[in-house]
Design a protein around this ligand. Structure first.
Ligand SMILES: Nc1ncnc2c1ncn2[C@@H]1O[C@H](COP(=O)(O)OP(=O)(O)OP(=O)(O)O)[C@@H](O)[C@H]1O
Length: 253
């Protein structure tokens, strides 16, 4: 069974069919890319997958469970985590607290426990500190746990955003242009991080990216969107050599 199965997903804004009959099957542990020229509908697909928009048609199944039209918070609890084109961290919180914010999905105590600092509150907080530090170690950010997120260099903020998403223990990780704004060294390091996350956590990853070096370097399969419709899909090398895909990109210049 596919980890993500999407059939016939469509949405219109006014007269514009931004996503038109989108289909995809992503197996567990696959590293999958969604590419296409500006305005093709890629982010809208992510917004549909994460419940920001409700589709006009079609369905979304995560690990066999229908999550179509569910609320964003529910979809996150079902196991979909996401990072954004423009980094969205809690900039005035520490690096550690950003990851703990992700962990709050699974570790709960009532407000009263929090106000009165009960033994349960202290135990849960300690467990979360330990778990968050473990995750930060994976990303080599444990040395910066006490820094404010806003004080990290750009490449590390990207990593922290992925770390926070992983703290919610997702089944599927969606990365929206993770290499945007990165220099070649940062992009190379990010590629290693994404590959490591997939291997280490046996994670299923779907990413949107314009950086073809990253796409060809780490994605096993691709779907190309153009004007809301699937232009082609398949193994990365075949897709990137497809004349129709090359034309769509050159037409975008
Ligand atoms: N909430 C909305 N209301 C109206 N139109 C929208 C809305 N969201 C997206 N669109 C339109 O849908 C189309 C697809 O946009 P989308 O952001 O999904 O493209 P994209 O492939 O992610 O582009 P980029 O690579 O530039 O981020 C665009 O024409 C966009 O203007």
């Amino acid at each position: 069974m596919a980890m993500l199965e999407v059939k016939n997903l469509s949405i219109s804004f006014g007269g514009l069919r931004a996503v038109d009959s989108f289909n995809v099957n992503i197996e567990k542990g696959e590293l999958y890319g969604l590419i296409g020229p500006n305005g093709a509908g890629k982010t809208t697909v992510f917004n549909l997958l994460t419940g920001v928009y409700k589709p006009d048609e079609g369905f979304i199944k995560l690990d066999g469970k229908d999550i179509t039209g569910h609320k964003t918070i529910e979809i996150n609890k079902e196991g979909v985590a996401r990072t954004f084109q423009n980094i969205r961290l809690f900039k005035q919180l520490t690096v550690l607290d950003n990851v703990k914010a992700g962990l709050h999905n699974h570790h709960v105590y009532s407000t009263l426990h929090g106000i009165f600092r009960t033994p349960k509150y202290r135990r849960v907080e300690k467990e979360m500190d330990e778990k968050a530090m473990e995750i930060l170690k994976v990303f080599s950010l444990d040395g910066q746990a006490d820094y404010l997120a806003s004080n990290l260099p750009y490449g590390q903020q990207r990593k922290l955003e992925i770390a926070r998403a992983l703290a919610t223990e997702p089944k599927l990780l969606l990365l929206d242009e993770p290499a945007a704004g990165m220099n070649p060294n940062e992009t190379q390091e990010l590629m290693n991080t994404i590959r490591f996350v997939r291997d280490h956590f046996d994670m299923t990853i779907l990413l949107i990216e314009h950086d073809m070096k990253l796409v060809s370097g780490i994605c096993e399969k691709l779907t190309v969107l153009n004007f809301g419709q699937i232009l082609t899909e398949g193994d990365t090398s075949e897709v990137l050599n497809d004349p129709g895909v090359i034309k769509a990109y050159l037409g975008d210049e």
